[in-house]
Design a protein around this ligand. Structure first.
Ligand code: ATP
Length: 598
């Protein structure tokens, strides 16, 4: 098939923004394409060579592209630069330059001129593929040579689109859904087949693959379309509601609520020992998390499986969850071994889509959960997401607060109804998230009193993993718990903790301490630590201002970090419960004000 046929369609597509017209043009194009080429045509039309999850991108640097044009046209690079400045589009610039008649060379005069064959789609695709894959030493020169040779064989009009494609700027503005419509009409008997084709797409995230299946096997092939381990399934997404009451009434009065971890969503594909990880946007992120791959290899008990989990940064010594930002250190090409040690992760498994030949996406959630529980062998760093069966708004409220206090963003409530399938690629009401509605940061530090401690593990063996901190309540002359804190200590401070706190150890809870948590060690309230956190939150474990804002919940601090000791303060000089309450209320006001901003 000639590349010029594709270019004709591109030109028509550029002349319209109407979806129906675009669909017609694509149908016209697909009908001309030999079936074994239809995947390449689909990728090229999207300005790609493969589906995104393969991770091989076009996007040749402009400098190299300009050199290729100069070489193909036999002009100085300056000519190309000027034309690009004038046109603002590398495709148009190249078209103009290549349209100018070349000086008649001696070679041409003698009849030895290079007479190009008409360009085929295969030739363009193969060359672009070689350009995209060229790497290492000499890659730049290889790319220039390949591209200029292709340009020498192309007409100026073809060059326009080749250059836009190779620089990653084709941008014909065709939505995936328009392509699906065109495929339904071209190969599956009409638009009625759209939902089936869409499902095939949602199960594979690969428009080219779906197109080829449709072109070669028609509607029957699409009906039989199967999940392929290695091709990501488009993720199911949650709707959002503001209150537990609304969530529950939408879900028929009953649901499973799960912690909404603040990490990176991962869809893991495992086939024997081979593990691939895909992000929420379906990029292949396997190389960011060799440790996660190892966990999945060791603790997922199935030969072939697709599971979903949230990958969360953790403090290795205390097991506490760390904020999402810490995962950003894992997004690197080099030094991943070091990053892995410094920023370890835990996996919290929450769904299973496929196991040993069985497609689970159309099974209701309770059934999927059963498979998940069977397949995941829990261990230190790999767990089933924390969950609870919920039947009242009060239960949901309480679970939500526990989730936030444990460093999560909130909860995801999941339908248990018989139709609670995995809605690949859709945001629907089968999952509803309940999130903290605010993100205000704590501006001030607070001064809190350690009244207990938890033993450390791992690197922190022999010292404490976290201190249990309390605020002072002058009304009752007691110390009421706020948060556990295991972060922000330098190594020296950590090592010093047992010695520093030893004089205050008592064998039981101090009578002036009000605590629901049961630490490993209790202290007399004596020392004062300055603490900074992300925000003040509600927690059922905190006894500070218990029941004042909400029944069954006290005030806590999200992601508390130790700043320094305050030897200049006595325990009664610590932040009071009322001050915390004030901070919480002003935080709410600030959020309301922000929400009202236009
Ligand atoms: P958000 O920005 O709120 O995470 P989103 O658009 O990325 O939203 P949603 O589907 O709306 O995604 O919200 C669910 C997200 O929460 C998932 O994408 C996933 O990353 C994360 N998550 C954490 N824990 C769970 C869980 N137990 N079940 C489902 N999703 C979870």
């Amino acid at each position: 098939m000639l590349y010029s046929v594709l270019v004709d369609a591109y030109e028509s597509l550029e002349r319209t923004t109407k979806r129906l017209e675009m669909t017609d043009i694509l149908v016209g194009l697909f009908r001309k394409v030999p079936t074994d080429l239809v995947d390449k045509v689909v990728y090229l039309t999207q300005g790609k060579l493969y589906p995104d999850f393969v991770g091989i991108e076009l996007g040749m640097a402009e400098k190299l592209v300009m050199r290729s044009i100069a070489e193909a046209a036999g002009v100085q690079i300056k000519v190309v630069e000027d034309e690009l400045k004038r046109m603002g589009d590398i495709g148009k610039a190249a078209e103009n330059i290549l349209s100018k008649p070349k000086a008649v060379s001696l070679l041409a005069f003698m009849g030895g001129e290079h007479k190009p064959e008409p360009l085929t789609v295969n030739k363009v695709y193969d060359t672009l593929e070689r350009i995209a894959r060229a790497s290492g030493e000499g890659a730049q020169e290889t790319k220039i040579t390949l591209l200029s040779a292709l340009l020498k064989d192309s007409t100026p009009r073809e060059a326009r689109y080749i250059l836009r494609t190779v620089t990653g700027k084709l941008r014909l503005g065709i939505a995936d859904m328009t392509i699906l419509d065109a495929l339904a009409i071209s190969f599956c008997g009409g638009k009625e087949a759209r939902p089936l084709i869409e499902r095939a797409y949602n199960l594979s995230s690969d428009l080219g693959f779906v197109a080829k299946t449709a072109a070669m096997e028609g509607l029957e092939g699409i009906k039989k379309f199967k999940i392929t381990v290695g091709k990501p399934i488009r993720p199911m997404l949650a709707e959002r509601l503001p209150t537990p009451e609304e969530v529950l009434s939408k879900l028929g009065g009953k649901c499973i609520a799960e912690y909404k971890y603040d990490g990176e969503r991962i869809q893991a594909h495992k086939q024997g020992d081979r593990v691939l990880l895909f992000s929420r946007r379906l990029e292949n992120i396997t190389h960011h998390y060799p440790d996660a791959c190892e966990l999945l290899r060791n603790y997922i008990k199935a030969e072939e499986v697709i599971v979903e989990c949230e990958c969360v940064a953790i403090d290795p010594d205390t097991g506490e969850l760390r904020p999402f930002q810490e995962l950003m250190h894992r997004r690197r090409k080099y030094g991943i071994e070091d990053a892995m040690k410094m920023f370890p992760v835990s996996l919290f498994m929450f769904d299973i889509l496929y196991v040993d030949g069985i497609d689970l996406t159309l099974k209701p959630y309770p059934e999927r959960r059963e498979h998940l529980l069977k397949v995941v062998q829990e261990a230190d760093r790999i767990r089933i997401a924390e969950f609870r069966l919920i039947e009242s708004p009060e239960e949901l409220e309480k679970f939500f607060e526990e989730a936030v206090a444990d460093g999560c963003e909130g909860v995801v409530c999941k339908s248990l109804s018989p139709n609670s399938i995995y809605q690949a690629g859709a945001r629907g009401w089968l999952w509803i998230k309940l999130k903290r509605s605010y993100q205000a940061k704590m501006r001030d530090t607070v001064d809190l009193v350690p009244i207990g401690a938890f033993y450390g593990r791992g690197k922190r063996a022999g010292t404490y993993g976290a201190l249990l901190l309390a605020a002072y309540d002058p009304d009752t002359d007691t110390f009421k718990t706020v948060s556990k804190c295991g972060s922000g200590f330098s190594d020296e401070e950590l090592a010093r903790l047992p010695e520093l706190l030893k004089p205050y150890i008592i064998p039981h809870q101090h009578p002036r301490v009000d605590s629901r948590a049961k630490p490993d060690v209790w202290f007399v309230p004596a020392l004062v630590a300055e603490i900074l956190g992300d925000e003040i939150t509600l927690s059922p474990m905190a006894t500070a201002a218990m029941g004042v804002v909400r029944e069954g919940a006290g005030l806590s601090i999200r992601f508390p970090r130790f700043i320094r000791w305050r030897p200049d303060k006595g325990p009664e000089d610590a932040t009071t419960v009322n001050e915390l309450l004030e901070m919480y209320r002003s935080q709410l006001k600030k959020i309301e004000a922000e929400e009202q901003k236009p």
